[in-house]
Design a protein around this ligand. Structure first.
Ligand code: SF4
Ligand code: SF4
Length: 442
């Protein structure tokens, strides 16, 4: 397990500022309600996703697909333009590791990161990490389960929702959010206390494909081997490179790699080794050997930085297309959905006409009540219904049952297509059309 040595410098300052902003968002966002609705909540049990004012219902999962696609494309775009900045500055693994290390320093002081921790110090350290892991998991949970639900379960002691079932196996199964909390706390502790850098080096798929997104004009953290080598050994003054072999670049590295061995998948491009080398070589009045450079600049320092390249143009264009599609779908969105079902039990032949029964399921995907009416587009059909308008409550659902009548078709027909039109009575432009079959079999 790598525990990096702390270092001060430009990149450390930038990282700390970004960490503070992202932590503040992590702490506050799940509790923000706008007009009574969550600002950000991925409510998986209810299959409803609240994303900055937009509520995505199960019938509209294409919005979520588009958002995920856009997030992926933005990652591609910024990686090719700015390198692995997500890994070094935005990834929760990187940010949480910094936080756990700060807690470690607070609990065991200057012994933190040293192998010779006493047993008492180890117990204190892991106990503190367990508490932090639990608190973070609780916070993380609030992005998936409304905090009001968790709070109410806690207040009423409702930890075993299946107690009333007859099954002896399921009776003592805790609520799903409690299981999530236990699993997440355990995983976080295992991660911070044992696995750490291996997430970036061995597990994270992003790390692997982000590397594949780099080209010779994407910035990477690069060691200037021409200036640095051969390394200076103790007492040597001339005939050597600028690297004093202090190993500071390796000691401050959160993944424990030695950037002097060349670009590696474990390099999350956090820039902390740049700070280390800048600090060490400033004592010798020399510039850093390690810095952000493009591969082209590492071969020719005068090479210009190219931002407009085929791959940035392709990613940028795809982002523009999918963003336009998202905005278009948002503008034409109708917050009502409807499904027609033919009631096969009601198919009647009277003296001069036929009757069929239907059931229309109408859902309201808004937080306002809606009034709807139903008509058949072909005027030879007549709806026999107890009401001409129906009210659907906010976020509600109604089953509307009625009978449709058609005179004798006058020819030997067994079925006929029928089209229903559902209208929002308060918004003339909101109409849904649904097709079904009318049977003359009686
Ligand atoms: S090599 Fe440098 S930039 Fe890469 S992860 Fe280590 S400290 Fe960060
Ligand atoms: S910090 Fe700089 S001088 Fe020290 S070992 Fe690393 S590259 Fe060499």
């Amino acid at each position: 397990m790598v525990i990096a040595r702390p270092i001060q410098g430009k990149h450390r300052t930038i990282k700390t500022r970004i960490n503070l902003v992202l932590f503040a968002l992590f702490a506050i966002v799940p509790y923000v309600r706008v007009g009574g609705h969550p600002l950000l909540l991925l409510d998986i049990p209810a299959r409803k996703f609240h994303i900055f004012g937009l509520t995505i219902w199960p019938q509209e999962l294409y919005f979520l697909h588009l958002l995920l696609l856009l997030a992926g494309l933005l990652l591609f775009f910024f990686t090719s333009l700015l390198g692995r900045i997500w890994c070094g500055y935005g990834c929760p693994q990187t940010i949480f590791t910094d936080f756990y290390d700060a807690v470690g320093k607070l609990v065991v002081g200057s012994s933190f990161g040293k192998t010779a921790l006493s047993s008492a110090q180890k117990v204190r350290l892991y106990a503190a990490w367990l508490v932090v892991a639990f608190l973070f998991s609780f916070q993380f949970l609030a992005f998936f389960v409304p905090y009001e639900v968790i709070w109410s379960d806690l207040q009423h002691g409702e930890f075993f929702p299946y107690l009333t079932t007859s099954s002896a196996v399921f009776r003592f199964v805790p609520a799903p959010w409690i299981m999530f909390l236990i699993f997440s706390t355990g995983f976080a502790l295992f991660n911070v206390g044992y696995f750490r850098e291996n997430v970036c080096k061995l597990v994270c798929p992003y790390g692997r494909f982000q590397t594949a997104l780099l080209d010779s004009h994407s910035p990477i953290v690069h060691y200037d081997v021409h200036r640095g080598e051969p390394r200076r050994e103790k007492g040597q003054k001339s005939g050597v490179g600028d690297c004093v072999d202090c190993n500071m670049c390796k000691l401050v590295c959160p993944t424990g790699i030695d950037i002097r061995d060349g670009l590696q998948i474990g390099c999350i491009q956090c820039g902390l080794c740049v700070d280390a080398c800048t600090s060490v070589l400033s004592k010798f009045h020399k510039p850093t050997l390690i810095d952000y450079r493009t591969i082209a600049q590492s071969e020719d320092p005068a090479a210009p930085r190219k931002y407009v390249r085929p791959r940035t143009l392709v990613y940028g264009s795809l982002i523009a297309v999918f963003l336009a599609a998202f905005v278009y779908l948002l503008v034409v969105r109708i917050p009502i959905y409807a499904v027609t079902l033919r009631d096969k039990a009601i198919s009647v032949h009277l003296a001069d006409r036929y009757q069929n029964g239907y059931e229309i399921h109408v859902g309201n995907m808004s937080y306002e009540p809606v009034r709807v009416s139903i008509r058949v587009t072909d005027e030879r059909f007549r709806i026999l219904a107890p009401a001409t308008e129906y009210k659907v409550e906010p976020a509600g659902f109604e089953k509307i049952r009625f009978v449709v009548e058609h005179p004798e078709p006058g020819e030997n027909k067994f079925t006929k297509e029928i089209q229903f039109e559902l209208r929002d009575m308060d918004h003339a432009d909101r109409k849904l059309k649904m097709n079904s079959i009318f049977s003359f079999r009686g």
